[in-house]
Design a protein around this ligand. Structure first.
Ligand code: FDA
Length: 299
């Protein structure tokens, strides 16, 4: 119930506006968010790289309501791509389509993401663009766009998708992406979805996660296994060992501020002023973190 409440609150605009402007909110967000500026994000990326891990930079923001905001968000990503190349960071970017204006004008969102993929593909070395997966109203459109961009000349391997194992359609989507050689990040899913389209029990979500992990690892394409769940991680490692899959042929991915593992790993580094929905989803996954954040404030 607390999870549902926190996810509901993550979509509340007045709460979001209030929290993102408050000093207290900003302090709470620091547990999971690397800072509010590009410079802070790049510094965090450098620090994580020094520990031998790759990163994926996410300029926080979603569901923008006008074209200007979408263009500004794309500008931030253009700058990130430039800095990644200049500073030779072991980094890629993660982008949400509703941050690129999908709710405002689908054509504009396509144009902006296409510009990012072009810039990433033209970098030396090439940088990868991950299109994050949002709630189910966006699933099909997000996958369509990734397929479309990936088919364009020069874009193969530069853009990839995310699959959520709580979605019943996950396996079919994985099959279609694999058929075109598209890189996938597999996660469990962070939104509230109805039982008709999504598994509700943790045991079902986990069973599907393990099943999809095996499909990804066997595909010969470089994928990301994104989870903090020790049982999912152990299952992936056991399968890789059993099938003699090289540790270099996939990576684990985890969110900034949570945990790490001794295999090839990428840390997802979120930053920016629009941290509220992201923080609320992290609390929904693990309400114990709420207590942790409150304790930290009083310390
Ligand atoms: P789960 O939530 O089942 O937790 C299992 C165990 O992991 C817990 O018992 C605890 O030990 C640990 N754990 C999990 N979350 C924790 C937390 N916040 N703090 C501390 N410990 C925690 N979702 C989405 O819908 N679209 C997307 O594009 C992405 N992208 C993405 C990228 C990356 C790199 C990651 C790691 C995750 C995402 N997600 C996502 C979020 C994902 O769907 C999921 O909500 C979270 O990863 C939590 O699920 P877990 O697999 O970690 O396990």
């Amino acid at each position: 119930m607390l999870r549902a409440l926190l996810i509901h609150l993550s979509e509340n605009r007045p709460m979001r506006a209030m929290a993102e402007r408050s000093i207290l909110g900003l302090r709470m967000s620091r547990r999971f968010v690397a800072g509010t500026t590009v410079e802070e994000a790049l510094a965090a990326a450098q620090a994580v790289n020094r520990l031998g891990m790759g990163v994926s930079l996410d300029n926080l923001g979603e569901n923008v309501t006008n074209a200007e905001e979408a263009r500004q968000s794309a500008q931030v990503y253009q700058r990130l791509l430039h800095e990644i190349e200049q500073r030779k960071l072991q980094a890629n970017v993660s982008v949400k389509l509703t941050h690129m204006g999908l709710d405002v004008d689908e054509k504009l969102a396509r144009e902006l993401v296409s510009g990012l993929v072009a810039k990433a593909g033209g970098s030396n070395p090439r940088i990868f663009v991950r299109v994050d997966m949002e709630g189910s109203p966006y699933t099909q459109r997000t996958l369509n766009l990734v397929h479309e961009l990936h088919r364009q000349p020069g874009n193969a391997g530069v853009v990839g998708a995310v699959i959520q194992s709580y979605m019943r359609r996950g396996e079919q989507d994985v099959e279609k992406l694999l058929a075109e050689g598209i890189r996938i990040r597999l996660c469990k899913g962070a939104y509230k979805e109805p039982p008709e389209i999504a598994y509700q029990k943790k045991s079902e979500v986990d069973a599907n996660y393990v099943k999809l992990t095996k499909m990804l690892l066997k595909s010969g394409i470089y994928h990301g296994i994104a989870t903090h769940d020790p049982r999912m991680i152990e299952a992936a490692i056991a399968f890789a060992r059993q099938e003699k899959i090289s540790p270099e042929s996939f990576e684990f991915q985890m969110l900034y501020g949570i945990r790490r593992v001794g295999w090839r790993m990428r840390v997802y580094i979120p930053f920016g002023t629009e941290w509220y929905p992201y923080l609320m989803r992290r609390l929904a996954e693990r309400p114990a973190n709420l207590l942790f954040l409150i304790k930290n404030i009083f310390r």
